[in-house]
Design a protein around this ligand. Sequence first.
Ligand code: ASP
Length: 440
Amino acid sequence: MQTYVAKFGGSSLADAAQFQKVAAIIKARPSRKYIVASAPGKRSPEDTKVTDLLYSCYNKAVAGEDFMSVMDEIRDRFQEIIDDCGISFDLETELALIAAHLYEGPQKEYMASRGEYLNSKILAAFLEFDFLDAAECIRFREDGHLDAETTNDNLGRALRDRPYTVIPGFYGAQEDGTIRTFTRGGSDVTGSLVARAVHADMYENWTDVSGMMSADPRIVDNPRIIEAITYRELRELSYMGASVMHEAAVFPVRKAGIMMNIRNTNSPEDPGTLIASELPRVPRKHKVTGIAGMKGFTSILVEDSSMNDQVGYGMKLLGIFARHGVPFEHLPTGIDTMSVVVRTSLFDPFRNTIMDEIRDEIGPELLFVEDHLAMVAVVGQGMAYSKGTAARIMKALSDARINIRMIDQGSSEINIIICVDEEDYEEAIRSIYNQIEFTL
Ligand code: ASP
């Protein structure tokens, strides 16, 4: 039998009705042997996540304020799930331990982790699965970084002969037992670590959308759901702002060659988005897998009539940015020109110093800075072995009368990055989307 790891996000486990859906999904496929759970999330847009209630409890406790009313809210969230699902679970004992911790000397990460801890214990009781506390296996170093190899060994050992176990997401512990958490949304990372450790055939990430969208729905109406995407394409799109899960969740499964499937708990019949290292080369229905982008870039242009003859010009110029820890994103060059494109927010703190140093150390004939640029990334494995996509993208922009400020095709040929003025950003995405969706 295959082994699936299924991670359920906060909205998938927000209340008793969601618990029922999750249980039905798990029971529908016996290969779903390892379940990773988030804390109860929002039941409606105005609702508060249990993790946020826990942070607020912690803040009150350290400020010496009364935290009991927030504890009551947390109790209500869990008690309702327990009662409505008819689960036998001693919530009071668990909450008493948390309250005692708060009186003794609260730790922020310990508090934040209790949502996942309790929700997973309750889910395990409901499913009649085992429960494995992530603190026993997921190891953090004292500097707060994950110790990936120890974690992998620990999880492998603990879970190998223990199918049908629920593991709480989002946290682990240092060697001395101090609880540490990942950054927000970190249950995705836990799921990935578990999948790697048990050599899963599939890592399912169950959420409240039917997969990754091929463009930002705030810009494009009803964008197509991506059926399949490679890890490489995913990386390009996420780097450019398309978010589908915690960034760190991709590495463990990608390294281990495990496929991921993003699924919708509220619509389990939808196939979702499949993510794999390699997808069949042809035929891909869509040459462009997705479009993403971001505003907030600055370009620093230098021009020097003798640039072409000077060996090391680029190194000197980039060296100035590197010295201040400002990474560059793109580097379009001409014969006598070079533009360094950076994220404005990272450049701003050093703007004056960097400009002075370029003048002093390089003294170019022309030095010109331009802010308010946006990047649009058109990503698709299918573009690497087909003709005409770039032309169509350019045509879309030209038809929309958008001025293209820069074009950069990554060496892998799976992405084309187009720089436009920030004010043209949304229209650029819409026109490219319409062109590739409806004419390619
Ligand atoms: N509960 C945590 C958060 O709200 C972790 C997660 O849901 O993945 O960020």
